[in-house]
Design a protein around this ligand. Structure first.
Ligand code: AKB
Length: 314
């Protein structure tokens, strides 16, 4: 990891991953890329390009002599159902561009897959690494097809591409957009701003979740692992904690006792219902020593502290 390109750098994960990598490798070794222009302060060079524009990205890779790509640009599950054609084009086209650019160059790629690769017939509890994968959203389909494409480029063209199946990611820096698990972030903003939140999934909905600190660390750790340690070349199941909305509400009430949550499930409920409740990530733990740090109470405490400062509502 000498010269790093981060696509989707303005997004939920990109903003925090870039800060972590900045502290590790310095601003002269990071380039951000996004379809949206960079927001100041500009800590490192930023290119405004659509990730499906393979030739423009190839030029960026050559210009900055990139040897590592974190390819994060993607449309998420809920927005994907509203724009299935665009989701296929951006998610598959973007990944294929990166894999083609890396072919024969030695460039290493990190690409996040998701729990969205599982579907209605996948086991819901302790979901194994290898099991029924029958995604029924366009996002999930692009993630599963993307995993197979990664495996193919690794086997046929020796592209060192590494991937994890991220659960819902909770963070305070940049809000997610267009995901099914967005409720697990919105709830904190609304608890602090208005002391009331209307959840678009039912109270008993239970999904795997992870705090951003852990998610960013996992991406860096799998990229720093020895090549032989990374034995799964589709994508690793990755987990931290699973909880229901009711459990989140109870935890938030320990800090904001008057907080109320209402429920008005919409089309995102069906997406959440097709995903696992708890996934088995023992392969990641065995192969490259994955360990999460944040549980529900740690996440809640940190989110509330940070959002109170950010929203200036103490
Ligand atoms: C989404 O909800 O679409 C994402 C995901 C779990 O991949 N956060």
């Amino acid at each position: 990891m000498n010269k790093i390109l981060i696509t989707g750098v303005n997004g939920q994960i990109g903003t925090e991953l870039s800060q972590k990598l900045l502290a590790k490798v310095g601003p002269e070794n990071i380039v951000g890329l996004d379809i949206r222009p960079a927001l100041p302060p500009y800590a490192f060079p930023h290119e405004t390009i659509d990730t499906t524009n393979k030739e423009a990205i190839r030029q960026v890779v050559e210009k900055y002599r990139i040897d590592t790509i974190f390819h994060l640009a993607s449309l998420l599950s809920a927005r994907g159902e509203l724009n299935p054609d665009q989701t296929w084009d951006v998610n598959m086209g973007g990944l294929k561009s990166m894999l083609d650019i890396a072919r024969g160059t030695g460039i290493k790629i990190f690409w996040p897959s998701s729990i969205a690769v599982f579907g209605p017939n996948s086991p819901k509890d302790n979901t194994p690494q290898n099991t029924i994968l029958d995604p029924n959203t366009m996002y999930g389909i692009t993630k599963r097809a993307g995993e197979l494409l990664c495996q193919y480029y690794f086997d046929k063209f020796h592209v060192d591409v590494r991937s994890v199946r991220f659960p819902g990611i909770i963070s305070h820096e940049t809000e997610p957009g267009g995901g099914t698990t967005d409720y697990a972030v919105e709830i904190f903003y609304e608890a602090i701003r208005n002391k009331v939140y209307t959840s678009f999934v039912r109270e008993e909905t239970c999904l795997p979740m992870m705090y951003m600190e852990d998610a960013v660390r996992s991406a860096i750790e799998i990229m720093l692992a020895e090549k032989e340690q990374v034995k799964v070349r589709t994508s690793y199941n990755l987990a931290a904690v699973s909880f229901t909305v009711t459990e989140m509400v109870a935890e938030i009430r320990k800090h904001i006792p008057e907080f109320l949550c209402n429920y008005a499930p919409d089309f995102r409920q069906a997406i959440a219902d097709a995903w696992p409740r708890v996934i088995d990530d023992s392969r990641a733990r065995q192969d490259w020593n994955w360990q999460h740090e944040y549980d529900l109470s740690g996440i809640t405490q940190d989110m509330i502290e940070n959002l109170r400062q950010k929203l200036q509502m103490t």
